[in-house]
Design a protein around this ligand. Sequence first.
Ligand SMILES: CC(C)(COP(=O)(O)OP(=O)(O)OC[C@H]1O[C@@H](n2cnc3c(N)ncnc32)[C@H](O)[C@@H]1OP(=O)(O)O)[C@@H](O)C(=O)NCCC(=O)NCCS
Length: 163
Amino acid sequence: MEILKASIKDYDLIHAIAVPSWQHTYSSILSAEQLDYMLTLMYSHDAITEQISIKGHHFLLAAEDGQYLGFASYEINSVYEATKIHKLYVLPGAQGRGVGKALVTVIENTAKAHGNNKLLLNVNRYNPAVNFYLKTGFAKIGQEDINIGNGYLMEDYIMQKPL
Ligand SMILES: CC(C)(COP(=O)(O)OP(=O)(O)OC[C@H]1O[C@@H](n2cnc3c(N)ncnc32)[C@H](O)[C@@H]1OP(=O)(O)O)[C@@H](O)C(=O)NCCC(=O)NCCS
């Protein structure tokens, strides 16, 4: 498996992984309306362009045998000496084969190389991915409900992994 740096030129690849992964993950957690609203808010071409060129998010793609299986985004020094994982999605058919762990490992190594000493992320409190994060060394350090407009909330745990 290869983990590759991605840019806005890879938007279509990222979006093509995000849509089925989101449907698979969130259709039992969020209403269809909230899911569509959040996909547009966070995955439109404009939104990803802003994340990369203004907010300083870096994207990675995981590929195997010419197939793109997953992606992640992260921000070094999101807060003092901490790297935040903003996105981590693996295609439903490719989950459980080490793709997620490989993406997190590259982010960990990059964070350490920049002098950061922890990883942070938010995950929906009802998402089984919480157990993936617990398994890979994260701990829950809090929770928050974030108002994302249109009457919708993100009901998240905040998780942290010391490096
Ligand atoms: C969560 C996700 C990124 C994990 O990636 P993955 O490639 O499926 O996981 P991996 O194969 O790398 O798993 C690494 C370890 O975690 C375990 N694991 C993976 N998913 C798990 C889960 N839901 N519950 C418990 N353990 C899990 C694996 O068994 C493996 O354990 P091992 O090291 O003992 O073999 C992926 O399943 C995914 O994209 N899920 C849907 C989208 C999502 O919820 N993303 C997170 C948004 S915050």
